[in-house]
Design a protein around this ligand. Structure first.
Ligand SMILES: *Cc1c(COP(=O)(O)O)cnc(C)c1O
Length: 359
């Protein structure tokens, strides 16, 4: 007889795994929105030093990282949640807020982890289609909020479509959401946005106890492999709740040390943003030369719409044969699109050459 699992296991989708992890070294891995740069030497040093303490459990108050984030963002430590990647906080928020009968509102296509919150909790998700510029339609999302709504997620810039909305629109939206509904503003890519100062959204926390800014060390800080995320919250209650539903040791010792060190190197952050913007311009020009429509990116990746005549899966396998791994639009909610992370200059050129070839 087979093991009998609970009902959630039938509902929860499997995360779409990107290919490329057992390929030879010089493959252009442009499928997971990672940084193409290796960790900073200073970060590798502190990780090395942290290894000597691995016989101990991590500090369960994560005091060093909490303090460093509090200093940097001027948010009290009691309103900062940490996690094993920001996905850990996201899933914990679903656990803490949702249940059968409750509702969750988010855009679609948006981050592929959001549907997991619905399935894991048994809540009902309302997926609001993006507008024709591949942006969140905030008015349509507001219209979906009911007495049953517990959580609204806005992904800005949006994964997988790379578009961002200006803060004044976000602000109007947050002001219109009832105060008992939690709003998670997922800002995994906010540092790559040139619309305004990436930290401008922090001001919104002051008047909105239901707002949570979700951020990560996986993208601009280039530490995806260590898994560190954080949330800056308008209230202490959110932090307490997400900690209640998780194990105490969600952040390992090297990860915590690396994050504290990485925060000290804001000059490297600025350089990475500059390189991403150069890549953005080059890739967008290259795509336009090929006659391909591309969304207005404010992130470290682009979202392109293939010509009607092209078959998405053939394009993806053609690119893979040429040593370029990208993410399928169909797997992310829209057929006929591709999500392509900006890589090194050489990998970006290889992508454009390979795409020209395949089409
Ligand atoms: C990458 C990403 C995250 C962060 O994931 P981690 O768990 O911190 O690695 C969160 N939200 C979105 C939209 C992302 O694309």
């Amino acid at each position: 007889m087979a093991i009998e699992f609970n009902d959630r296991i039938r509902r929860i989708p499997s995360y779409p795994i990107a290919g490329g992890y057992s390929l030879p070294d010089d493959v252009a891995l442009l499928a997971s929105n990672e940084s193409p740069d290796p960790p900073l030497p200073a970060v590798m040093d502190v990780v090395q030093r942290a290894l000597t303490g691995l016989n101990r459990y991590p500090d369960p108050s994560y005091a060093d990282l909490r303090r460093a984030l509090s200093d940097r963002y001027d948010v009290p430590q009691t309103r900062i949640a940490l996690g094993n990647g920001s996905c850990d906080i996201l899933l914990a928020a679903g656990d803490a807020l949702l249940e059968p009968g409750a509702e969750l509102v988010h855009a679609w296509p948006s981050f592929s982890v959001y549907p997991h919150l619905e399935a894991a909790s048994g809540a009902r998700a309302i997926r609001v289609p993006l507008n024709d510029r591949d942006e969140h339609d905030l008015d349509a999302m507001l219209a979906e909020i009911t007495a049953a709504t517990r959580l609204v997620i806005v992904c800005n810039p949006n994964n997988p479509t790379s578009t961002a909305l200006p803060l004044d629109q976000i602000k109007q939206f947050v002001e219109a959401v009832p105060r008992h509904v939690a709003v998670i503003l997922d800002e995994a890519y906010i540092e790559f946005s040139t619309i305004e100062d990436p930290d401008a959204s922090l001001d919104l926390l002051k008047g909105h106890s239901n707002l949570v800014l979700l951020r990560t060390f996986s993208k601009i800080y280039g530490l995806a492999g260590l898994r560190v995320g954080f949330a800056l919250s308008g209230s202490e209650e959110f932090v307490t709740a997400v900690n209640q539903v998780r194990q105490p040791f969600y952040l390992n010792i090297p990860a915590q040390a690396a994050a504290v060190e990485a925060l000290k190197h804001q000059d490297a952050v600025t350089e990475r943003v500059e390189r991403a913007i150069v890549a953005r311009v080059e890739i967008e020009e290259g795509l336009r030369e090929l006659g391909i429509a591309v969304a207005a990116s404010q992130a470290n990746f682009c979202w392109l719409h293939l010509p009607e005549t092209a078959d998405e899966s053939e394009v993806i396998s053609g690119l893979a044969e040429r040593g370029v791994i990208v993410r399928s639009g169909a797997a992310l909610g829209r057929e006929g699109a591709l999500r392509v992370t900006y890589g090194t200059p050489a990998h970006n050129r290889r992508f454009l050459d390979a795409l020209r070839d395949v089409l």
